[in-house]
Ligand binder design. Sequence first.
Ligand code: ADP
Ligand code: ZN
Length: 349
Amino acid sequence: MTIPIVLESHENRSYNITIDSLSKLSFDNNVAIITNPTVAGHHLETLLSKVTAPNLQIVMVPDGEEYKTLHTVEDVLNQLFEYKFDRKSILIAFGGGVIGDMTGFTASLYQRGIDFIQIPTTLLAQVDASVGGKTGVNNKFGKNLIGAFYQPKAVYIDPAFLVTLPPREFAAGVAEMIKVAVTFDKEYFSFLQNADLHDLETLKKAIGKSVTIKANVVNQDEKEMGIRAALNYGHTFGHVIENETGYTKYLHGEAVAIGMVMANRLSVELGLLTSDEELQIKTILDKMNLPTDYYINDVDAFYEHFFLDKKSAKNKIKFILPKGIGDHVISSDISEDVVKKVLKTFGAR
Ligand code: ADP
Ligand code: ZN
C-alpha cells in the first residue's frame, strides 16, 4: 500500500509512504543509516540485507529521549563530514520517533539540507512521526523547541519491525491511532474496536488508515494553522500530565490516552459527546492496555500548566473536543470554571 503525501504548496517536496514488507533499496550515492544500539541489535542485519550503496555508513547514537539534543546532532554532523558526505548523500532514519526527529533535523542542516528517508520501527513513529515533517531536538527549555519542518524523500513502514517492540511502546502507538479515529473517522473507530492488532495483516490495515487520515489533515494544513490542530486531541491535557510527572512515569502515548479521557469528559460536560460514547472510548483504551485514570492533586496548578504549552497561543487554551465519535470541534473559548469543574472529577479535593 502506497500513500502519497502531496504538499499543496511545495510539489517538489511531495513523497510516498509505503506500507509493506521492506523491499530492496539501492542508491547511487553515499548513505548513512542513523540508528541506536537497541534497534540495531534487533533489526540492523535485516536492513543491511536490503540496502546497497557505494559508500554505506552506520552512525550510532545513544538510545533515549535524553540524547535528543543539539549535542548529538552535532556529533552526527561531524561524522558525516569525516565520511566526506556531499550534498547528494542520503540519511536513513532507522528507529523510533527520537531517531526520526534527530535524523530529519540533521539532514535539514547538513550543507543546508540533504535528503533523508524514514524507516520507522516503533508504532508511534509509523503512524505519527512518519507524516508531517516535524523534526527537531529538545533543550533545557522544553521538548522539540528547536527544529524545522523538513520532509523526507520517502517513508517505508514495515510492521514486521514491531514484533520486538515492548508492549507498552506498542500500546502507546495505538493511542495515536485511537486519537485520529475518534476525531476524524467513526468507521475506523469501529474497526479498531474489533481489531486484533497482533495480527500482522490487520495491523497493516490499521496503520494504513491512520497514516491516510493524518496525511489528509497535514496535506491541508502543513504548518498547523487550522485543522492540523485537531491532531492535538488528548495532547493539551496529555502534555500537562507528562510535564507534572517529569516525563518519566508515562510514555507520550499513555499520557495522551489519559488526556483523551479528560477531553472526553469536557465534551460530555459541554453536550458534545454522550456518556455512552465516552464509555466506548474508555473501553477501547482499556482494552489496548492504556492508562485512563490520573489523580489531579492540585486543579489550579494543573490549569496553570496548560499555559506552559507552546501551542497555547496568547494565553488561550485550545481544546480539541470530540463531537460524537468521528468528528470534533476546536475551541479556545471554554471557560476556566467549566474546565476546572471537569478537572475536579479526576480525584482532586
Ligand atoms: P517513539 O518512537 O515512541 O517516539 P523512541 O524513539 O524513544 O520513541 O523509541 C522507544 C524505545 O523503543 C527506544 O528505546 C527505542 O530504541 C526502542 N525501539 C524502537 N524500535 C524498536 C523495535 N522495533 N523493537 C524494540 N525496540 C525498539
Ligand atoms: Zn502525540
